[in-house]
Design a protein around this ligand. Structure first.
Ligand SMILES: *Cc1c(COP(=O)(O)O)cnc(C)c1O
Length: 321
């Protein structure tokens, strides 16, 4: 298969038109409390209110709606235990495309059930002895399925960029933008939009401190691989950035910051108590990092991407108490 060309802002515009009939236009919230504490103006883009509970629906819908007739008939396959699995399953259902999701056999029951609930075929594997990418490629070949990976794909990146496009179109140019970072689909897409619509905006990717491969990669100038990190931010437990995502990140992002699990819990409590919102740990990365900057925020207009709200209720209760 020919390599697709790297996405540019025009691809985000096209993606937005394509997915607009399907996505929720998520709200942008403010908080007087945080503005008073920081002396800044915060704007929260709430992708926890996106369909299936995270921004990943944007990228998945953009990728699947570009399938050819033949690809639609044969179906899509992906590997993910998290939000990308549900995003692909839901998008496939809406478009009438058969979906196969490869998940670890010990994936949370709720996530597996949600994926099956959207009509996806779930194939499990042992994450300690088997390689999911290998299984995905094998299945794709055998059944002529199209493999859509969670982040390193131009259509995924362009779709994810639409959240920041909406944010800046709604509130105007920003001084700083904070974006959660796993494999970099959201950050690279957001960067395309921010550089086009608010060129002087400082762009920060935010990773869990235990899994700072993106920060290491950014500093080193090449993709760094790490072991699966231990963190409550399960949406950002990726081991490395992608080729497409890193290319955009290294050129246009200002810095990569990190947040500890304790800082994530504190942000999660803030969202629950002050803003009455359920935000999953990974979705708390942006606010957790912004709060570290203290005086640097004064007088600034800040964009915060809240990436998702899918958290196991028992775990959520435990973390909040
Ligand atoms: C996937 C995910 C991320 C990270 O996105 P990448 O495109 O992999 O960087 C952040 N937050 C949530 C809620 C996610 O599901």
């Amino acid at each position: 298969m020919n390599k697709l060309s790297a996405p540019v802002y025009q691809d985000v515009i096209n993606a937005h038109q394509r997915i607009l009939p399907y996505i929720n236009k998520t709200p942008v919230f403010t908080s007087r409390t945080i503005n008073e504490i920081t002396g800044a103006q915060f704007y929260f883009k709430c992708e926890n209110f996106q369909r299936m509970g995270a921004f990943k629906f944007r990228g998945a819908m953009n990728a699947l709606s570009q399938f050819s007739e033949q690809q639609r008939k044969n179906g899509v396959v992906t590997f993910s235990s998290g939000n990308h699995a549900q995003a692909i399953a839901l998008s496939a259902k809406l478009l009438g495309i058969p979906a196969t999701i490869i998940m670890p056999e010990d994936a949370p029951k709720a996530k597996m059930a949600a994926t099956k609930g959207y009509g996806g075929r779930v194939i499990t594997y042992n994450r300690y002895t088997e390689d999911r990418e290998e299984i995905g490629r094998h299945l794709a070949q055998k059944e002529k399925l199209t493999l859509i990976p969670p982040y390193d794909h131009p259509h995924i990146i362009a779709g994810q960029g639409t959240a920041t496009k909406e944010l800046i179109e709604e509130v105007g140019k920003l001084d700083m933008l904070f974006v959660p970072l796993g494999g970099g689909g959201l950050l690279s897409g957001s960067t395309l939009s921010a550089r086009a619509l608010s060129p002087n905006c400082q762009i920060f990717g935010v990773e869990p401190q235990a899994g700072n491969d993106g920060q290491q990669s950014f500093r080193k100038g090449e993709i760094v691989y790490i072991d699966t990190p231990k963190t409550i931010a399960d949406g950002a437990q990726t081991q490395h950035l992608g080729d497409y995502t890193f290319d955009i990140i290294k050129k246009y992002v200002d810095d990569i910051l990190t947040a500890t699990d304790d800082e994530l819990i504190s942000a999660m409590q803030f969202y629950a108590q002050r803003m009455k919102m359920v935000v999953e740990p990974t979705g708390c990365l942006s606010l957790a990092a912004a709060r570290q900057l203290g005086d640097q925020l004064t007088g600034k207009k800040i964009g915060i991407i809240i990436s998702g709200g899918n958290v196991d209720l028992a775990q959520y209760g435990h973390l909040l108490s």
